[in-house]
Design a protein around this ligand. Structure first.
Ligand code: PMP
Length: 286
């Protein structure tokens, strides 16, 4: 049984509780982060902590825990649960005011709820899917306009994942005004020749921590990076495509809406980027 963290306490998972009045439960009024663990160490903890603070600020929530304490909680959960490879899920909500009201509760009297738990995933870095590549479908992006805030409103991404499954695919890329925004839980890229193309940062997509690292490593390796919109038709004609996220790192995409990319197997760029990413982020893991 897992040991989880709730509002200052480390508890067995079956003893950890949150109020039914919690605004995360009633209104999806909360934010989250997922940090991966490799070799028992945290990958890009700092990036996740900085984005968490930004998400909270954008929603007028106070940051209830210092970065140092948050790091300590992450490390303690890794230790208590013996995680070598896996993820740490963190969620902070606006708390439980004891009733349901659209108006935000007074932060002086309603404390935020903080929950963290581990997900043990042995073999995370050596995933067979990375060798095979993923099949994706395209779906309309009907999410709200502040996708840069990492909120727990994940119903549509979850539905998108189910649409993909139903279509015999692994995931979905979302399309808005003809252009790909991102995957249901990842950032989206195409490769043309030696050029890596991915949508630029705005309120339209989540500013992926893995995205930032991968683009930095790509530039350091003298690969060309172009941050611009691309259509799903351009993607179908690309040499390669891939996704990035904290839990999948870099994952090749080999098929879009039934159209095979290149030879229908992972190409040259995505697997190389995965290698570089894993190597470099392990070096910097804490
Ligand atoms: N976009 C969306 C919509 C996501 O949910 C995620 C993962 N949470 C990402 C991109 C990738 O972000 P990161 O690299 O920080 O995991």
């Amino acid at each position: 049984m897992r040991t989880v963290y709730v509002n200052g306490d480390y508890l067995p998972e079956n003893e950890a509780t949150v109020s039914i009045f919690d605004r995360g439960f009633l209104m999806a009024d909360g934010v989250y982060e997922v940090t991966s663990v490799l070799d028992g160490k945290l990958i890009d903890f700092d990036g996740h902590a900085v984005r968490l603070e930004r998400s909270l600020r954008e929603l007028d929530m106070k940051t209830p825990i210092s970065k140092e304490d948050l790091l300590e909680v992450h490390r303690e959960l890794v230790r208590l649960n013996g995680i070598e490879e896996g993820m740490i899920y963190l969620q902070i909500t606006r708390g439980a005011p004891g009733d349901r009201d659209f108006v935000f509760p007074d932060p002086e009297t309603t404390a935020p709820t903080i929950v963290l738990f581990t997900q043990n995933k042995p073999g995370l870095s050596d995933s067979p899917a990375a060798k095979k590549g993923m099949k994706i479908i395209s779906i309309e992006d009907i999410r709200w306009g502040r996708r840069d805030i990492k909120t727990v409103q994940l119903l549509y991404p979850s539905m998108g994942k189910m649409m993909a499954k139903k279509a015999g695919a692994d995931d979905a890329w979302m399309i808005e005004d003809g252009f790909v925004t991102e995957g249901t839980s990842n950032n989206a890229y195409i490769v043309k020749g030696n050029k890596i193309i991915t949508r630029g940062l705005s309120h339209d997509i989540l500013h992926g921590i893995t995205r930032a690292a991968v683009l930095r490593f790509a530039r350091e390796a003298q690969m060309e990076v172009e941050e611009r919109n691309f259509t799903i038709d351009e993607a179908k004609e690309a040499d390669e495509a891939f996704i990035t996220s904290a839990s999948t790192f870099v994952m090749p995409v080999v098929e879009i809406d039934g159209v095979a990319l290149g030879d229908g197997v992972p190409g040259r760029v995505a697997p190389r980027l995965r290698e570089i990413y894993l190597e470099e982020s392990l070096k910097a893991a804490i």
